[in-house]
Design a protein around this ligand. Structure first.
Ligand code: FAD
Length: 376
């Protein structure tokens, strides 16, 4: 495998880097404090092509691939995990439509999701279905040329800004199907935003579907095959989350190094202390391992060989590594890191969710282990 970036990937990285430095870094604190979705930054990311790095040119993407997608997320998450995560959230619907949509659905939705003129949400989780997909209770009842969808989704990121939602519901096959639901339809109700500890500004809301009538053509993929849509989409989402984790870990390491170089302990920089060097060494090793594992996973997706096991390994490891690295960064910063004066406490709150959303770490371990057990 060639780890050198090609010209297109280098350009994508540079674009993401410039955007993160120029537009995101200075806004990260305000977004967190105000818990406000940065619509202007999302629109700008669209204009810069950051939603289309992995999308085909015929729909307005640049077809650079999933490595470019991961690099962009990592770079922006170094400035604000919330802003970088927008790319990965939008990618869930994009991937669903690209892999399972009809030509009409692709033409209708992909160009604007790629240009940033519209955004999407992806609502699977319900009160009883975080890790147990069989417990889904939302239903899609056929009625003439339509399906009527009813149920409640517990978490839907970016729902208030989204024009379209991917909704999972049990239909008359008795199995789960995926539907593309325009959020302006009657009965699509976005409930009050959840107050989250981190990733603030992501606009995570419960969504009620109160008899939402959608045309039959709104089904995404085949009847009863919603889990294929879900798994394909979340593998790309999980790759994005691994990249989010790497971006945060890199930032925590850089901040710790900078702090330790400038903090004097008994008239010497903290970096002279063997214990500090040891912590920095551990942080660097974890970060680099997570980083290259994430690139390798993106490379597998580019080559059409990404499995659920690979996506789980990357997300499980990168999220654990990033949580450990941020914890060590907090220790390096001492009590100052615990205050809101410094950024470490935001990183600490943000990074936790990488172990929770799009499959909890415990279930990732089971997916990996079960897959190994099946392999001959
Ligand atoms: C900020 C944020 C944004 C989100 N955005 C979205 C979104 O846009 N769309 C969406 O659909 N969802 C979203 N979610 C929901 C998220 O993906 C789910 O909450 C997640 O899948 C975990 O499900 P749960 O909370 O029900 O945990 P549970 O399944 O209840 O798990 C809780 C704990 O139980 C244990 N556990 C559960 N199952 C097993 C098992 N099989 N084996 C061993 N242990 C187990 C584990 O210790 C686990 O940590 C979001 C969540 C957050 C916090």
């Amino acid at each position: 495998m060639d780890f050198d970036l090609n010209e297109g990937e280098r350009d994508a990285l540079q674009t993401a880097h410039d955007f993160a430095e120029r537009r995101v870094k200075g806004r990260a604190r305000e977004i967190d404090e105000q818990n406000a979705f940065p619509s202007d930054l999302a629109a700008e990311m669209g204009r810069l092509g950051l939603f289309g790095l992995h999308m085909p040119e015929e729909y307005g993407g640049t077809a650079l691939g999933y490595k470019a997608y991961a690099l962009a997320i990592e770079e922006i998450c170094g400035a604000s995990m919330m802003v970088g995560a927008i790319i990965a959230i939008n990618a869930l619907a994009q991937e669903s439509i690209l892999r399972f949509g009809s030509d009409e659905q692709k033409r209708r939705y992909l160009p604007t999701l790629i240009s940033g003129e519209s955004l999407s949400t992806f609502a699977f989780t319900e009160a009883q279905t975080g890790s147990d997909p069989r417990a889904i209770t939302t239903v899609a009842v056929p009625d003439g040329d339509s399906y009527v969808i009813s149920g409640e989704k517990a978490f839907a990121s970016m729902a208030p800004s989204a024009c379209v939602a991917v909704i999972f519901a049990k239909d008359d096959t008795g199995k789960v199907s995926a539907f593309l639901v325009d959020t302006s339809l009657d009965g699509f109700r976005i409930e009050k935003e959840l107050e989250c500890m981190g990733l603030r500004g992501e606009d995570v809301c419960p969504v009620k579907l109160d008899g939402v009538r959608v045309p039959r053509e709104s089904m995404l993929g085949q009847p009863g095959k919603g889990y294929s849509v879900l798994l394909t989409a979340i593998n790309v989402g999980q790759l994005g989350i691994a990249a989010e984790a790497v971006g945060v870990a890199r930032r925590a390491l850089a901040m710790s190094l900078d702090y330790a170089r400038n903090r004097m302990v008994r008239d010497k920089p903290m970096t002279d202390l063997p214990t500090t060097q040891s912590v920095l060494g551990e942080m660097a090793a974890l970060t680099e391992a997570a980083r290259w594992l994430t690139y390798r996973t993106a490379d597998l997706k580019d080559k059409g060989r990404l499995s659920a096991k690979d996506a789980s390994i990357a997300k499980l490891f990168a999220s654990q590594a990033a949580n450990d690295v941020v914890d060590m960064a907090m220790q390096v910063h001492g009590s100052y890191g615990y205050t809101k004066e410094l950024e470490i406490e935001r990183l600490y709150r943000d990074v936790k969710v990488t172990q929770l959303y799009e499959v909890v770490s415990e279930v990732h371990r089971l997916i990996i282990g079960a897959s190994l057990a099946r392999e001959s």
